[in-house]
Write a protein that binds this ligand. Structure first.
Ligand code: SAM
Length: 251
């Protein structure tokens, strides 16, 4: 039997999902950063800042930003903790996103080899091109819901982390305030795809984005999945009543 999964609300094979996700991010790569600001009215910046400020990083730590895309999280970490001499690696499935990220890094003097540089690699969260126990902090921001087999990505996170290493996931989640849920629902299913159409000329990509949020496990379910691969001290913190959520765990 073929390995079936979801691409938004559609049932597709696992192979097809990975192919389509890669294609969505190839198409939106050039407009990705602009669209994030427009779609969230800049609020994604506050959520990402929140995540980065909460990190308890130590000198010389190796930070892995999985599904790091155009580098938003990696840049924030490099700029917030320049004194810690961190090793930062961005790993992403889609070459076009990595290319945009590398260009941004060059513009900001943050490419590997230039002081507090960032290393960029193409790779799948389900099979990371990194050795066992090589990373102090694993971050995945708005990436996990795009991964075909979430359980495999969580196993990989556990594998590459050193003992006591930290897992951090920032992702859209379940809104916990009913009136807000109604507004959010209307915004997501009506305004957002239209905005994607107008700005990025790609309604389908942003329709997928909305549907993928609905298909993603809620706070409790994701916490159970994180625990089931072996993480301890699993916690989560809702942002804007669960529109986004930060899950953490310790190896
Ligand atoms: C919504 S973007 C998030 C980018 C960035 N982390 C941010 O917060 O702005 C999702 C990213 O996940 C990447 N992605 C999707 N599936 C992946 C996988 N299986 N492994 C690694 N990256 C993946 C996409 O290429 C895309 O760059």
């Amino acid at each position: 039997m073929t390995d079936q999964t979801h691409f938004g609300f559609e049932t597709v094979s696992a192979f097809e999902k990975t192919r389509r996700v890669k294609d969505v991010f190839r198409r939106v790569a050039q407009k990705y950063d602009l669209m994030n600001d427009l779609m969230s009215l800049g609020i994604h910046r506050l959520w990402k800042n929140h995540l980065v400020w909460d990190l308890n990083l130590t000198q010389n730590a190796h930070v892995l930003d999985v599904a790091g895309g155009t580098g938003d999280i990696a840049f924030r970490i490099a700029k917030t903790y320049p004194h810690l001499n961190l090793q930062i690696t961005v790993c992403d499935l889609t070459p076009a996103m990595v290319e945009v990220g590398r260009d941004r890094a060059i513009n900001q003097g943050l490419l590997s080899g230039e002081g507090h540089g960032i290393e960029w690699v193409c790779g799948n969260a389900e099979k990371l091109p990194l050795p066992d126990k090589s990373v102090d902090l694993y971050i995945i921001a708005y990436g996990l819901r795009n991964v075909t087999h979430i359980d495999k990505a969580l196993f990989e996170a556990f594998r590459v982390l050193k003992p006591n290493g930290k897992f951090v996931c920032l992702e859209f989640s379940r809104v916990t305030l009913p009136p807000l849920e109604k507004v959010y629902e209307f915004y997501s299913f009506h305004l957002l795809p239209a905005l994607g159409d107008y700005v990025a000329n790609d309604r389908a990509a942003y329709q997928y984005l909305v549907e993928s949020i609905r298909q993603f496990p809620d706070q409790e379910t994701l916490a159970d999945m994180i625990k089931s691969v072996g993480f301890k001290s699993v916690n989560w913190k809702n942002l804007c009543k669960g529109v986004s959520c930060i899950h953490t765990g310790i190896k």
